[in-house]
Design a protein around this ligand. Sequence first.
Ligand code: FES
Length: 125
Amino acid sequence: MNELAESLEVLELGTGWVDVIAEAELETEVGVPALVGAHAVAVFRTHDGELFAVSNIDPRTGSSVIARGIVGSRGEIPTVASPLYKEVYDLRTGYCLDDQSKRLEPYEVRIVGGIVQVRGIDGGR
Ligand code: FES
């Protein structure tokens, strides 16, 4: 069975957690795009070592670009700015800080055995 089929099987049978990248390969403030089930997700590590996962799809354009966004903060809020039109999103909730009608779907993220894993917030896809 190839790797993709294996992760699909885990999705069907297991908890929904999907391996994304080795923790050691996840650079600070450099987003990593990943597929979680059928969802395009962007995973980030902020300067303080926290991990976040949100949809990789820019809501304004529908392009898979959020992983290439600039990671930063506004006050206490960890953020990512879309590389296209610079909307700034709260990495914790996915909401755009300037327009709450725009949101990146947030995902759960964890590290198990040195591997960064992501799943849908409700444990689903
Ligand atoms: S800055 Fe334009 S939608 Fe947030």
